[in-house]
Design a protein around this ligand. Structure first.
Ligand code: NAD
Ligand code: G6P
Ligand code: MN
Length: 441
């Protein structure tokens, strides 16, 4: 098995340590030779970097080298795989996105609605610069991207790099939901084979099968309708906000038992309820700043200080393991099935070809081979097309600097709908993001 070189872009991310634990847990499936962290914030990255040095010394002594750097050439030239997880504007701008939408009585969320629009507009330019920089030094390394909002980022990347066959956008949410399914069904996560369709953070499972062929869909629906479902993955199990989200799965399924919904549909199906429970001074971004971010960096400091991870609660999570297994399937031509974001091209038969859809795909060394979904029913088709219109208009606006495209986008978005509100939100978003979006000035 060829050993892989991995570069983590956004080495200072709150997810980096979990990702390293996942690489350690998956070393049999995805052995590595060299690991590099790259970030534009040297100080933030150094904490993850120094803690990872300790971690790898203990748990990956066979690694040839590990380093963290802000030098592009050093970071990019030798990688077989790039795991990308950047956040333009940081969690502070995420908080602003959420607050702006909430002040207009609309859903204030990282990737959904007006917040997702603002974040998307910020992410596109940095993702383009990053991909240009990577390709200057590295022509065919796999760029596996987690950067959000994945739907808008994927749409923009597809337009800018239509011929680059080695960029793949991924979301961990369907997998995190499947971890809960596996627990409910009392089986192993890796034995579940999904059939899934939609846009990112906007889709449905139409089937869950066991690797042995057994269709578990009706059994699973029955369990959820009677007992509900809990968040169980390590990263979210102790998070009240994620538990509340998973609790809503039962309500969503009761209200529409056709398909098993993605958690993020709660923002589009119950926008009033989602707004009502929010506190503008303690949105999800603030909870993450006081929660995950604080926890991760305090842990780094303790590990660095002690020179050991002894006694630390460190765990792999599905976020990391899903990405690593995707990389393994691509690297070793395994053809395993994963849910990823790809150009539609007839996969969902009655949706336009140039939509970036999230579907189950076989991953080989030639890239994703999505499975056919066929025709989808009118309700899901109409939902998807409206949201797709929003996503495409946001990307149009990024290229053109045309504010009207953004107003139209939010008018289509189920979390906004009213044109006067859309106009007011767009004005506030552009004002708050002036420094990131010169094309609108
Ligand atoms: P974070 O702010 O903690 O970390 C992001 C890191 O990226 C920071 O260290 C920052 O300095 C760095 N960065 C910013 N711009 C950069 C650039 N241009 N080049 C290199 N580095 C840059 O954020 P986080 O909460 O850890 O999340 C990271 C990203 O992963 C976000 O986009 C988040 O939405 C995304 N995410 C996606 C999924 C998914 O399902 N696709 C799941 C989890 C997280
Ligand atoms: C899920 C989603 C991601 C999102 C993440 C964190 O994993 O798939 O796209 O970024 O949750 O959300 P949070 O609100 O906890 O920061
Ligand atoms: Mn996601």
């Amino acid at each position: 098995m060829k050993k892989q070189n991995v570069t983590v872009v956004g080495g200072g991310s709150t997810y980096t340590l979990g990702m390293m634990m996942s690489l350690i847990a998956e070393k049999e499936n995805f052995p590595m030779a060299n690991v590099v962290f790259y970030d534009i914030d040297a100080e933030r990255q150094a904490l993850n970097g120094q803690a990872t040095e300790v971690l790898f010394k203990e748990h990956y002594p066979e690694l040839e080298s590990f380093k963290y750097t802000t030098d592009k050439k050093e970071a990019f030239e030798n990688a077989d795989f790039f795991f990308v997880q950047i956040r333009t504007g940081g969690l502070e701008m995420r908080e602003k996105d959420e607050q702006i939408a909430l002040r207009h009585n609309c859903v204030g969320q990282e990737t959904c609605g007006a917040g997702g629009m603002a974040y998307g507009l910020r992410s596109i330019g940095d993702m383009f610069s990053l991909i240009d920089d990577i390709r200057q030094f590295n022509k065919d390394g796999w760029i596996l991207n987690y950067t959000n909002p994945a739907a808008i980022v994927a749409e923009a990347i597809q337009r800018q790099y239509p011929n680059d066959q080695r960029i793949l956008n991924v979301c961990d949410m369907p997998a995190a939901i499947m971890v809960s399914y596996a627990t409910a069904l009392n089986c192993n996560f890796w034995d579940l084979v999904p059939e899934y369709f939609g846009l990112n953070h906007y889709g449905w499972f139409n089937k869950i099968k066991h690797r042995n062929g057994e269709d578990l869909t009706e059994k699973l629906k029955d369990i959820i309708l009677h007992e509900g479902i809990k968040a169980v993955d390590a990263e979210i199990v102790n998070d009240p906000s994620w538990q509340a989200t998973f609790k809503n799965m039962k309500t969503m399924l009761e209200d529409n038992p056709d398909y098993l919904p993605n958690t993020y549909l709660q923002y589009y199906l119950y926008p009033e309820k989602m707004v009502a429970k929010e506190d503008v001074n303690n949105t999800r971004a603030r909870q993450v700043i006081n929660g995950r971010e604080k926890r991760v960096f305090e842990q780094c400091k303790r590990i660095i200080e002690a020179g050991s991870t002894n006694g630390e609660d460190l765990h792999s999570d599905i976020h990391g393991r899903y990405m690593v297994r995707i990389a393994a399937s691509l690297a070793y031509n395994k053809g395993d099935t994963y849910i990823v974001i790809v150009p539609n091209n007839g996969i969902i038969r009655n949706i336009q070809d140039d939509a970036m859809v999230e579907v189950h795909s076989s991953l080989t060394s030639n890239g994703p081979m999505p499975f056919s979904v066929g025709h989808i029913p009118t309700f899901q088709k109409a939902m998807i097309e409206t949201q797709l219109g929003y996503e495409k208009l946001v990307v149009d606006a990024w290229f053109s600097g045309n504010k009207q495209d953004l107003i139209n986008a939010l008018t289509l978005n189920r979390t906004v709908v009213n044109t006067p509100k859309a106009k007011a939100i767009v004005a506030d978003v552009l004002e708050a993001n002036k420094q990131y979006l010169p094309q609108f000035n």
